[in-house]
Design a protein around this ligand. Structure first.
Ligand code: NAD
Length: 319
């Protein structure tokens, strides 16, 4: 039985990835600084470890017998735009330490395949309607936040270990990912979860607040699609960074309208000042398409699976 290690297994995408790897027949160890908030881990073994500490990375990477066949590195100090703009030092310090120690020790311990979860935050700001950007066009680099710079550094570190130490490295640049069992409150939630929560909390006919003027363009990828993409990429020969994202681009206001439709509520959108990030994003998905991947969930279908889960959390929390 093949053995996989998932770092960040107590988080949103990592939790879903563990279930995918179990379904594919792997023995899975999950590692995270915390337990999963919303569901018991599906991993065969779960270790609660702070991966900023090098010795903890070594412990995580040491199975009871043999070595891990595959390591998926998704652990990061991260959140939505509010967090990214207010926790620059934590992101630069904590996520960099995790990646430095995990990449180095995975290679030193002979891990054959290593996956790193990067982000489309490595790209510069774009104007609506600009031609699609390919992965190579992230350089010369001009990310608009420190989260993107840290991801670029970690990508380059992983690639250096791939070139010089023989570890096969696969790197995905995720578009915004959403779905059930993701952070939905507390300051680290991303736009789809925050908007679903606000709509679940408001009465039919009420108003919700949206940061910025609502015109920022994004693509949102449902978590089941993301996990399929990760698995396909990890088992492919594609080297270098690979964008994974849904080709449907929508404004933040359109996201809110879609979530309100799914909720069956009429809502008013009030735009308030807040961190928005870049104005637009438009990326090529040709590399991941070359593996036969395509997003199965467009926004409405994905929100139809996400909103009821967030609504249930809101109700359970007594709102
Ligand atoms: P998440 O916050 O739910 O998961 C990250 C996990 O890392 C958390 O469970 C957290 O506890 C863990 N972690 C943080 N510090 C740690 C430490 N010191 N030691 C051990 N574990 C630690 O986020 P997610 O949405 O599941 O994202 C997973 C990965 O994908 C991250 O690397 C993130 O940067 C990347 N990504 C996510 C998105 C998205 O839209 N969700 C987009 C682009 C990239």
């Amino acid at each position: 039985m093949k053995k996989a290690l998932v770092c960040g297994a107590g988080g949103f995408i990592g939790g879903h990835l563990v279930r995918k790897l179990k379904a594919e027949g792997f023995w899975v160890r999950g590692v995270d600084i915390k337990q999963h908030e919303f569901a018991p881990s599906a991993a065969d073994e779960f270790l609660q470890l702070d991966l900023r500490e090098e010795n903890n990375c070594k412990t995580a990477l040491t199975p009871k017998e043999g070595r891990f066949d595959e390591v998926y590195q998704l652990a990061a100090d991260m959140g939505g735009m509010g967090f990214i703009h207010s926790a620059e030092c934590e992101i630069m310090h904590n996520s960099a330490l995790i990646n430095i120690h995990m990449t180095h020790n995975a290679s030193a311990m002979g891990v054959p395949r290593y996956f790193f979860s990067s982000s489309v935050c490595v790209y510069r700001d774009m104007k609506p309607g600009e031609p699609e950007m390919t992965e190579a066009e992230a350089i010369p680099a001009r990310p608009d936040n420190e989260y993107g710079w840290e991801k670029l550094y970690a990508e380059r570190m992983a690639m250096a270990y791939s070139r010089n130490r023989g570890m096969k490295v696969r790197i995905a640049r995720f578009q915004n990912c959403y779905g059930p069992q993701g952070t939905w409150r507390g300051g680290r939630e991303k736009a789809p979860a925050a908007i679903c929560r606000k709509i679940a909390e408001v009465k039919d006919g009420g108003a919700i607040e949206v940061w910025g003027d609502g015109s920022a363009i994004r693509s949102y990828t449902f978590v089941d699609d993301m996990v399929e993409g990760i698995y396909l990429l990890m088992h492919s020969d594609l080297e270098g960074a690979v964008n994974i994202g849904c080709p449907q681009y929508v404004s933040v206001d359109e996201l809110a309208v879609t979530a309100a439709e799914v909720a069956g509520k009429k809502i008013e959108i009030r735009h308030i000042k807040g961190p928005v990030g870049v104005q637009s994003r438009n990326f090529s998905n040709e590399r991941i398409y070359s593996l036969g991947w395509k997003a199965k969930f467009f926004l409405k279908e994905g929100i139809a699976k996400t909103y009821p889960w967030i609504e249930a959390q809101v109700k359970a929390a007594g709102k």
